[in-house]
Design a protein around this ligand. Sequence first.
Ligand code: ZN
Length: 408
Amino acid sequence: MDERSSTEKARYDFKKAMQEIVDLKGRGTELISVYIPPSKMIFDVMAYLRSEYSQSSNIKSKSTMKNVQGAIDSIMARLRTYKFPPPRGLVIFCGEVPKAGDQTRMVQHVLEPPEAVTTFYYRCDSQFYTEPLMGMLQDKKTYGLITMDRSEATLGILTGSKVVVIKNFDSMVPRKHRQGGQSAQRFERLIELAAHEFFKKIADNATEVFLDKPEMMGLLIGGPGATKDYFIKEGYLHHELQKKVVDTFDTGYTDEYGLRELVENARSAIVDIELMHEKELIQKLLTEIRNSDGGLSAYGEEVVRGATLAGAADVLLLSEGLNKRRIYVKCPNGHRYQCTTPSSPDRTECIECGSQAEIEKDIDLVDDFFELADQFSTTVEIISADSEEGEMLMKAFGGIAAILRYRV
Ligand code: ZN
């Protein structure tokens, strides 16, 4: 799977899983969450789980004990299929949640997160432990950060919700009060010269840190007062970086704390950029559709599926709000087929012969397309449901469209 599709899938799976589990409550302290960083050895995790398993025999309530042990068993069974954690680690949620009446059902999610897991956690609680993931779902891309005034500058990088300081340095610009013996004019000139040198230093550092980062979506500039605007207006930055400047934002500080202020204040600008990417994709689709022959466009589930299977789909545009299942059916008389349904059926009759049929596979429709796309090197883009473009994709095209490599 290409990198773009892989993070899109991780984010999609995560959002879906979050929607399902965030409000779930167990009858007792019996819902298990495990976070495994990529560097953690699977056998270490197994050893940890075995020890939790034996400790759980002290649990007073028999049903809680049984459920905790069942969940640990189930997690260990899944972990046996891994030699190492995937590159960004693993997150597992597993446990029994109440269903109608006295019944419970087992919930299990094994997820590869969109950002790397940094800390190992094992939690057994009446709710799933989801806090470390919430931040991962906000923004997906990388942004360059600069906070500056005439005395200090800090360069950093925002990835997802994480701010990392790369460089911090002070200037040699003298304070604004003059020492005896210097003429006011000469002092003024010295200050300006020193400021100019400092701005050049900031720009040089920015080139070093940010220029070789094609994945960087934009550059955010912060600081108190007008200095930052002067810095941008006078074109100190490398011209490639200058083009990436999203905007300037007022912050009270120019240190690490200033970087955090900058991200906070730029929040809505960041959301706009992410939406812009979706907007461009939908615009591209519409431009193709407007061609008299339909251009390089396809829409509607069956047409897009056909185009993908023919290897003709370059980019799939799928609405996050699709919420359907793809069902793979096999009947005792040997009939096999697939169909899309609004929800998971408990049972199904063969459409060919009417006999009770077996559901071989029941998968989220978007995940089904991810699997299909993977076989044909097709990129998948998930379009958020709440934007104008997302709404159009859903209403006009049933939530499924494609930009084609060639016409089919
Ligand atoms: Zn049949």
